[in-house]
Design a protein around this ligand. Structure first.
Ligand code: ZN
Length: 301
């Protein structure tokens, strides 16, 4: 069994879909709880224009507070462009993700960039910040509402210029939850064959209730770095029909039950997901375990 690294992305991917501003204190309460439960990789925010995403207007302050509180944690942020990368760097963040959609129509809808523009944005970031650890988030890697299904060969062909630019990590994102386990295996095999040295991550949405099976298919294909959000909080405002992410606590529960050695306290995660649903009542949650009495739960809530 491969050693799995859980990347909790809720404070970015989940919170960004909440229209009302979540107070900084509430964000920190959830981040503290995630760290206390044993999460070690945490995407905390996104350095975007506050006009575009007002929820992330506290990105600099949040990042600095988290870096001071958790200097040994792997704290990541999303950056859409060179300006975002600059703010991230100046805030002390050294690990970032940047997004491009496999589907050009989705790329325009999501970040208002053509593929050519996205490539040149990334080239500028890599050139300006050679010491920044950059992961390429490949959105709609399995299909999109505008262009339909995509296969592994298309993914492999698409990422070539990014690999040539120096990208070493690619996160395959099922942005609208359209993938199936056979497709996940096929895509990973095709990308592996083309770039054996590439570090692959997986980010699956639970839109069609296939979050767990698709993530497990990726894990059993050798992917060790897996993204999810507490409570399954999430969605995608620009992908019609896209609901929540895969819930971290559901994923951890399944993997631990299967015998994967994960040093994460699943009960703490479940309790925290309940707190989060209370603190952020307007959220779109796809998680299951936090709604029911968990078999491992010894105390009654
Ligand atoms: Zn997501």
């Amino acid at each position: 069994m491969n050693e799995i690294e859980i990347y909790e992305v809720g404070p970015r991917d989940g919170f960004q879909n909440i229209p009302e501003y979540i107070p900084l204190e509430t964000k920190l309460t959830i981040i503290d709880g995630l760290v206390a439960a044993g999460i070690r990789h945490l995407q905390i925010t996104s350095f975007v224009s506050p006009k575009a995403v007002p929820q992330m207007k506290d990105a600099v302050e949040l990042a600095q507070l988290c870096l001071a509180r958790y200097p040994d944690m792997d704290l990541l942020a999303l950056v859409p462009n060179l300006r975002g990368a600059q703010t991230a760097w100046e805030s002390g963040i050294r690990h970032v993700s940047t997004v491009v959609s496999l589907s050009e129509s989705h790329n325009r809808a999501n970040i208002n960039r053509t593929h050519v523009e996205s490539q040149s944005d990334l080239a500028k970031i890599l050139e300006t910040y050679p010491d920044l650890d950059i992961c390429l988030d490949l959105a709609t890697a399995f299909g999109c509402p505008f262009e339909g299904k995509k296969n592994g060969e298309e993914v492999a062909l698409f990422i070539k210029p990014y690999v040539d630019l120096g990208i070493r990590t690619v996160n395959l994102c099922d942005t609208i939850g359209i993938a199936n386990p056979a497709q996940v295996r096929q895509t990973i095999a095709a990308v592996r064959q083309a770039y054996p040295q590439l570090d692959l991550h997986i980010h699956i949405h639970d839109t069609r209730n296939m979050g767990l099976v698709n993530t497990l298919a990726a894990i059993e294909s050798g992917v060790s770095n897996v993204q999810s959000t507490l409570g399954g909080l999430g969605g995608c405002p620009f992908a019609p029909g896209a609901s929540g992410n895969l819930a971290t606590e559901d994923l951890v529960f399944m993997l631990q039950e299967m015998g994967y050695p994960l040093e994460v306290d699943v009960q703490k995660l479940i309790d925290l997901a309940r707190d989060q649903a209370r603190l952020i009542p307007g959220g779109n949650y796809s998680g299951h375990l936090f709604r029911v009495e968990d078999p491992r739960n010894e105390h009654k809530n």
